[in-house]
Design a protein around this ligand. Sequence first.
Ligand SMILES: C[S@@+](CC[C@H](N)C(=O)[O-])C[C@H]1O[C@@H](n2cnc3c(N)ncnc32)[C@H](O)[C@@H]1O
Length: 212
Amino acid sequence: MPRTLGLALASVALLIATVWGRPADPPDGLDARVRRFLDGRRGTWRDMNVPEADGRALHDLVIENKYKRGLEIGTSTGRSGIWIAWAMAKTGGKLITIDIDEGRHRQAVANFKEAGVAPWIDARLADAHTLVPALEGSFDFVFIDADKDWYTNYAKAVLPKLTVGGSLTAHNVSPRGGWRRMTGDFYEYVTNLPNMESSFRAGVFVSRKVAK
Ligand SMILES: C[S@@+](CC[C@H](N)C(=O)[O-])C[C@H]1O[C@@H](n2cnc3c(N)ncnc32)[C@H](O)[C@@H]1O
């Protein structure tokens, strides 16, 4: 299918989806378009973005669990958001992503459009300290990748909104060392909760809610 026709069909699908209140189905050619974008940008990410293996781990986790309601805290220029939204396009979900930095937010929005995943992302320019507690609704997938000293506060704000079976994930988490010092008691807090089962996948901390 010619690229312009594909884009036009995707726009119509998004319009219909908006009217019906559900995310758009992925258009033919989305996989190739996202892959082309990510391949083309490999080695150029300079804004504290996740490594490719961690982006892929987030994508696969969403696909395997059919997660549909995603929240990312810390968009930066959008590398992890592209991986997550790409997966959400396949599960029929949508990702809200938040960043406080206007320049990075603008670049992320441009990247989401270019990669073809914009219909599955709601990118907010905001301070997550105030927006995250104020967000309504439940989430089945959360990725924390913003200010490290606020990780525990983010966890406390989102865990009541995380569905059973949902995953709280976070970047730069470790039981010891530099990340342990920077993220405070986040690791202990989450791993000691009786209803969370925690592990690592690539460089991503993953904690699954197994009971209310
Ligand atoms: C490590 S980067 C995120 C990288 C991104 N997840 C990726 O892989 O492309 C951290 C981001 O968190 C943002 N941030 C820091 N404090 C924040 C806050 N209070 N609210 C929202 N965003 C914040 C920074 O502006 C920065 O862009």
